[in-house]
Design a protein around this ligand. Structure first.
Ligand SMILES: *Cc1c(COP(=O)(O)O)cnc(C)c1O
Length: 290
């Protein structure tokens, strides 16, 4: 294993777009294009993996193991990192065995896939379960689902540089585990809008708002729940791509931009503020989630 971090040291592009509101109004938004940092490991997942990979290397682990659903951007990124840096990877996948572009890529890049029932998967953070995993996969380095640990968060503190953020009043990012937004907020003390693409995640909401007093946790734009899509959202995505030449993913960023446009439209003073929205990537999932 030899981790070459310089592959990802390219500056992150920022694009400006104009979001149409009602009554011929518009809001200028800047977008931090994490979807552009690498052709395969796009988005926030690289930042969450970085220090985990370095730690696995330091511990001289024989493999890296992690968890995810069948469309997981995290497992996809880990599998590619494994190929790139010559580390064996193991993916524990939620639910019965299926085949899709995400998992086919993972397998092609050498990830060993194990499918476990949804009931079993729920134990993924329990000590007993993890002890059994460590016994089965000797000398493996375990990364929690979504790269949700301190090392993952540390990587996300490196996304924003000082020069990038001086001018912004509001920072927007979508929320899964909350690792990315927690890392971002470490260097941004103005308003942070977090868009959760699922509903009723009370304990996550509580955890995040406790550690980030400047967070507005917004979960109105879930469109039925995690991974659920409605025609209105499809239309928004297609329109957005046509107008701005920026592709959005179906799970996270489409719901965030839909929500952001709506939030500005209902509170027009915010249209005059300087807003930076983070495009967290995830476009690989669009191949199988159409
Ligand atoms: C994983 C992911 C997120 C969520 O990131 P967390 O750090 O888990 O909150 C957001 N957007 C995209 C595109 C993702 O793949």
């Amino acid at each position: 294993m030899a981790i070459n971090l310089s592959l990802f040291n390219t500056p992150i592009p920022i694009d400006s777009i104009s979001l149409d509101l009602e009554n011929d109004q518009a809001a200028k938004i800047d977008i931090l294009r994490l979807d552009q940092i690498h052709e395969t490991i796009s988005g926030n997942k690289w930042f969450k993996l970085k220090y985990n990979l370095l730690e696995a290397e330091k511990q001289d682990a024989d493999s890296i193991l992690s968890f995810g659903g069948a469309y997981s951007n995290h497992l996809h990124a880990l599998a590619y990192a494994g190929k790139l840096f010559n580390i064996k990877t193991i993916g524990i996948v939620r639910g019965e065995k299926i085949s899709n572009s995400t998992l086919n890529d993972c397998a092609d890049w050498g990830m060993e896939l194990h499918f476990i029932s949804r009931a079993e998967y729920r134990n993924k953070t329990d000590n007993e379960f993890l002890t059994a995993v460590k016994k089965q996969f000797r000398n493996t380095f375990i990364i929690p689902e979504g790269g949700d640990n301190d090392l993952g968060q540390k990587g996300c503190t490196e996304i924003l540089t000082k020069e990038m953020i001086t001018d912004y009043d509001i920072l927007c990012c979508s929320i899964g585990t909350g690792t990315t937004i927690s890392g971002l907020a470490a260097s941004f003390d103005k308003e942070v809008w977090g868009f959760a693409p699922f509903k009723n995640a009370y304990s996550l909401r509580e955890k995040l708002t406790k550690t980030m007093p400047n967070l507005r946790y917004i979960d109105k734009y879930h469109f039925g729940g995690f991974g659920k899509i409605k025609a209105e959202l499809e239309i928004f995505m297609t329109d957005f791509e046509k107008k701005h030449d920026i592709e959005l993913d179906r799970v996270y960023t489409s719901k965030m931009f839909y929500g952001l446009q709506n939030e500005i439209a209902v509170d027009l003073k915010t249209a005059k503020k300087n807003i930076l929205a983070v495009h967290t990537g995830g476009l690989q999932g669009n191949r199988s989630l159409s």
